[in-house]
Design a protein around this ligand. Structure first.
Ligand code: ACM
Length: 637
């Protein structure tokens, strides 16, 4: 009788669960593969028990979870290895591999009994924990204890990533970010299930990694003169200005970062950008240059140095390594030897982008190399360099990756390509049988402005959140099996501090995370932007900066006879825009934007602010009428 009623109850309960399954109203980013919400909530007890295998691979997950829970809830959290004891949260490794979940997938159940996360590997448990964090109230992100009901909705989630390569690139050369700031960046990345940090470690403005056999790279190459304002237009430093701005990571720092990454299931890929973008190295060791007088060069502080034109890229000082000198290859052999020892990740990124060839064209060394190796043009000279570098990298047991320029003069046999100038480089490389990571400017450049130009530090292009969200790493004509995944890149010419790193990364990083984790069919802008708003509340708790740019309108000015009209559009719906032309600050009692505005004859500025209902959500934007006039007739406003 007892057995029978139990069986009946189970059937009844599971019937109820199926019958009452409702569409997800959760706000998880990136969107999981499958979510079934159930009625009811689990309430975290005051004393929380986590049950998990007490081995070294699972401990980082358990410790992470315990820290999050104790910090925000103040609860007592006990970790138990005994699988039979009751527990609030169980982290289980599958006895038999669940093939749908792969290495990073997980299943998560929340019911009246508590929380269970199961996965094939500790990485999956970690991502299950990240999802669990997003199911808890937003206060879980706080650094202070909150005395409140800690509820978790009843839910069943099955989730795994679309791509194994889910990256963000941080340029630590143009501006240096400390080891602690890099750790904070890792903390923020893993919330959205990124697993790769690409560190752009070298450029014209600083060499940021200690190479013990080449000490001048960091004693000299890691420092420039501090300048503030609009990078690229700075005055040339004078000889008496102190060259003390910058910094570098010691090899111990790098080991610490790699270990920190590993504990967060994240790899770090180093980039050494050669043969262009190499001024810091040339200043440290001028014998690496093919140009006489390189010993007088200085590490760049942001003064004008490059001309980008349709005809090609020209450098005003020679920021390249000499491709015709054996000293260059001996140098790179030393650098790669030390870097390969420090980073366990399979790939080393060797740059290859935007290499100005105008000094190579003048060089007798380069001309002699071309004659000897039968190289027809400068692209083939670069290709010669890249192939030799690939051999060096592979001799250290690593795989070679470069920006898509490395395709131009012919690719080395095993080179992997990171496609940034759109997607075509990635398509071409994949069809030639090379591995590819997609990170096109058009969708994935986090240095681009995210609101109107009057609101942002100036960069040459704009990338709004909804455009980032359209990132699709596998174009139709690519060889899909060779696309490892995608990443977004944060170049930091105009990013002078870590708060601005955060501002530039979020929420566009969230859009990219859905493109690289979630199933393509699950992506939906109308589902995404409300989730972003919920994430903003979480970031507020965590005191992480983000750009509220999705509330800022776009301005489009046109002439109608001698009158100027201004059209305002927002990327999300149901917002009200209030405006003024009288130089005062509008609020919701001002005129509401309904259709294109006619600019009064003597107005000098248009001010706008966006509301949702009674709440101001956008920023106060002051648009000079002269700026609108300047834009008329130019494409791309
Ligand atoms: C790049 O943005 N120059 C790779």
């Amino acid at each position: 009788m007892k057995k029978l009623s139990l069986a009946f109850c189970c059937c009844f309960v599971s019937f109820l669960s199926f019958g009452q399954a409702v569409k997800s109203t959760l706000s998880i980013i990136p969107e999981p593969v499958k979510t079934v919400t159930k009625p009811g909530q689990f309430i975290l007890p005051k004393n929380i028990t986590i049950q998990a295998k007490l081995n070294k691979d699972v401990m980082p997950v358990t410790n992470y979870l315990r820290k999050k829970l104790t910090t925000a809830t103040g609860a007592m959290v006990t970790i138990k290895g005994n699988s039979f004891a009751p527990a609030t949260i169980k982290l289980l490794l599958t006895a038999k591999t669940d093939t749908t979940l792969g290495k990073e997938g997980y299943k998560l159940w929340v019911s009246g009994k508590g929380v269970v996360i199961s996965a094939n590997e500790p990485a999956g448990l970690f991502y299950g924990v990240q999802t669990l964090m997003q199911l808890l109230p937003k206060e879980i992100e706080s650094a202070e204890v909150h005395h409140m009901r800690w509820t978790i909705p009843h839910v069943e989630i099955t989730d795994y990533p679309r791509f194994a390569w889910r990256g963000l690139m941080l340029d630590v050369s143009r501006h240096f970010f400390t080891k602690e700031e890099v750790k904070q960046y890792i903390d923020q990345m893993v919330r959205y299930k990124f697993n790769l940090l690409h560190m752009h470690l070298t450029d014209d403005e600083g060499w940021r990694i200690e190479i013990k056999s080449l000490p001048r790279l960091t004693t000299v190459g890691a420092y420039n003169v501090k300048k503030v304002g609009e990078f690229g237009t700075f005055s040339k430093p004078t000889p008496d200005e102190p060259r003390t701005y910058g910094g570098f990571y010691t090899q111990d720092d790098i080991k610490e970062l790699v270990k920190y990454g590993k504990e967060h299931f994240l790899n770090i890929m180093p980039e050494v950008d050669v043969p262009g973008h190499s001024l810091a190295a040339v200043v440290a060791y001028p014998e690496l240059s093919c140009t006489p007088g390189a010993e007088n060069y200085q590490v760049r502080s942001g003064e004008h140095m490059m001309d980008f034109s349709k005809e090609g890229i020209k450098a005003l000082v020679d920021n390249t390594l000499n491709p015709a000198s054996e000293k260059t290859y001996a140098f790179l052999d030393k650098v790669m030897g030390e870097i390969a020892q420090l980073f366990p990740f399979d790939y080393i990124h060797l740059g290859g982008d935007e290499c100005a060839k105008n000094f190579w064209e003048q060089s007798a060394d380069v001309k002699a190399l071309m004659a000897k190796e039968n190289l027809k043009n400068m692209e083939e000279v670069q290709s010669y360099f890249e192939k030799r570098l690939e051999t060096i990298v592979e001799s250290k047991g690593k795989k070679f990756m470069g920006w898509d320029e490395i395709i131009e003069g012919g690719l080395g046999p095993k080179a992997a390509v990171m496609s940034w100038r759109g997607i075509q480089g990635g398509i071409t490389a994949s069809r030639l049988g090379h591995e590819v990571v997609m990170s096109p400017t058009t969708f994935a450049y986090l240095d681009y402005m995210q609101s109107d130009r009057v609101m942002e530090p100036h960069v040459y292009a704009t990338l709004r959140l909804n455009k980032s969200y359209q990132f699709e790493p596998v174009p139709d004509s690519a060889d899909a099996k060779l696309i490892l995944g995608g990443q977004a890149n944060l170049w930091t010419e105009q990013v002078f501090n870590f708060r601005q790193v955060e501002y530039m990364t979020w929420p566009r990083g969230m859009a990219i995370s859905e493109s690289v984790w979630s199933p393509k069919a699950k992506k939906d802008w109308n589902n995404f932007y409300p989730k972003v708003e919920k994430q903003f509340a979480r970031l507020n708790e965590a005191e992480i900066k983000y750009a509220p740019a999705m509330y800022d309108p776009d301005f489009k000015a046109t002439m109608n006879g001698d009158k100027m009209n201004v059209e305002l559009t927002t990327e999300i719906p149901n917002l009200d825009i209030y405006y003024s032309f009288d130089n005062s600050y509008p609020d919701r009692f001002y005129p509401k934007y309904m259709s294109a505005l006619e600019v009064p004859e003597d107005a000098t500025q248009l001010r706008v602010i966006t509301y949702r209902g009674k709440e101001p959500v956008g920023r106060m934007i002051t648009m000079p009428i002269a700026e609108l006039k300047r834009r008329i007739g130019r494409s791309g406003q």
